[in-house]
Design a binder for this molecule. Structure first.
Ligand code: NAD
Ligand code: DAU
Length: 350
């Protein structure tokens, strides 16, 4: 099987490629990635010389380039996205372009060259905020809250429309929050770990009582591979972690594992439109594909912290120019940015 992987130089994509090349000797992979700030070929150093691996730099919005790279592939796994909620709030245009238009381009090319399977990597954020009680199964209404999750819901629905209209062979995964090695440190877990390791403040949004369902990236990769190999065409599969945990409790666990005190903890201005809780019902993938998470939060966090401790050079390289200006814009000037948003939304409603 020759798989066309989009966004394979990012966090989940690179973990997936390493996992597949390790466990499926008869698979080959074309990794098609634009290498945005979030894409990093250092994530794939371990497989760069594997004869079953090939890298092509390109944008998923460029139909001709996608077709040239995808033309002899059997299946597509679509990870490429602008994946950070905060960035989508402050600068939505690239998010809509990549996540919606890019997915549309891929669907058109994949339909033309008749791939046998297309796995679309969606997210639990398409279900929106579930403040209490319910756990969303795959038929739960889509009520996204941020420009990021709205763009993911749009692409998810576009994929479903291709299944229904054209008999297109797609399957969708909707996973919860991933954590693990090689995650860009703008995201919560690696941000808190790397800040704690360098004695910087740990910025908790609002009261920190928001709940997320943390899934180790290797468990998600096993789930996505199961969906590629055994998922039923046209179906959606939730892939969730073992526990719901409050952000504040995650930070406290990280501080304890790193051996730092809670004096580093700092409550900052909340994220606009912040979803309070995500909660997934994952019985479908458990019963139909016999998948369940095997990495406990305690073990996963310990492994992740060990990895960030040992990956000092990787961390230093990604925390360079773009990252520093991001932090300045979104954390140091957080108040000013929020006032700017409030101003622009009041102009829009006038
Ligand atoms: P990431 O930001 O780490 O990686 C995204 C990758 O896509 C990068 O390598 C980037 O260079 C590439 N990319 C971006 N725009 C592109 C374009 N126009 N053309 C080609 N490549 C492009 O993201 P991630 O956290 O690994 O997430 C991967 C996928 O999983 C995304 O679709 C995301 O929505 C979804 N997802 C993520 C999580 C999570 O917790 N990280 C959970 C559920 C679903
Ligand atoms: O649920 C799946 C989604 O998880 C994916 O679709 C997204 O691609 C991925 O980025 C992630 O979105 P979240 O917004 O849930 O993740 P993030 O790491 O940005 O934040 C996790 C929680 O931590 C959230 O409640 C916001 C909070 N947070 C985040 C940051 C970056 C903080 O309190 N402080 C921070 O500095």
């Amino acid at each position: 099987m020759k798989i066309f992987v989009t966004g394979g130089a990012g966090f989940i994509g690179s973990n997936f490629i390493r996992y597949v090349l390790e466990t499926r000797k008869d698979f080959s992979i074309v990794n098609y990635d634009k290498l945005t700030y979030a894409g990093n070929l250092a994530n794939l150093e371990l497989v760069a010389r594997n004869p079953n691996y090939q890298f092509v730099r390109g944008d998923i919005c460029d139909a001709a380039a996608v077709e040239a790279a995808m033309c002899d592939c059997d299946a597509v796994i679509h990870f490429a996205a602008e994946s950070h909620v905060d960035r989508s709030i402050y600068e939505p245009a690239p998010v809509i372009q990549t996540n919606v238009t890019g997915t549309f381009v891929l669907l058109e090319v994949a339909r033309k060259i008749l791939v046998s399977r297309f796995v679309h990597v969606s997210t639990d954020e398409v279900y929106g905020d579930i403040p209490e009680g319910a756990f969303a199964d795959e038929n739960f209404p889509l009520q996204p809250s941020s420009p990021y999750s709205a763009s993911k819901a749009a692409s998810d629905l576009l994929v479903r429309s291709y299944v229904r209209t054209y008999g297109f062979p797609a399957v969708i995964t909707r996973s919860s929050n991933n954590y693990g090695s090689y995650q860009f440190p703008e995201k919560f877990v690696p941000l808190m770990i790397t800040n704690a390791l360098s004695d910087k403040a740990l910025p908790v949004y609002g009261d920190g009582k928001q709940q997320r369902d943390w899934l180790h990236v290797e468990d998600n990769c096993r789930g996505i591979l199961a969906v590629l190999e055994r998922g039923k065409i046209g179906e959606v599969y939730n892939i969730g972690g073992p526990d719901l945990v409050e952000n504040l409790s995650m930070v406290q666990r990280i501080l304890q594992l790193v051996g730092k005190t809670e004096s580093l903890l700092s409550h900052v201005q909340d994220r606009p439109g912040h979803d309070r809780r995500y909660a997934l019902d994952c019985r479908k993938i458990q019963t139909e594909l016999d998948w369940r998470p095997v990495i406990t939060l305690e073990e996963g966090l310990r492994r992740t912290i060990d990895w960030y401790v040992s990956a000092g050079l990787w961390v230093a390289s990604v925390r360079g120019g773009e990252y520093l200006s991001y932090c300045e814009k979104y954390y140091e000037n957080r108040e000013r940015s929020l006032h700017a948003i409030a101003r622009s939304s009041s102009i829009a409603s006038d």
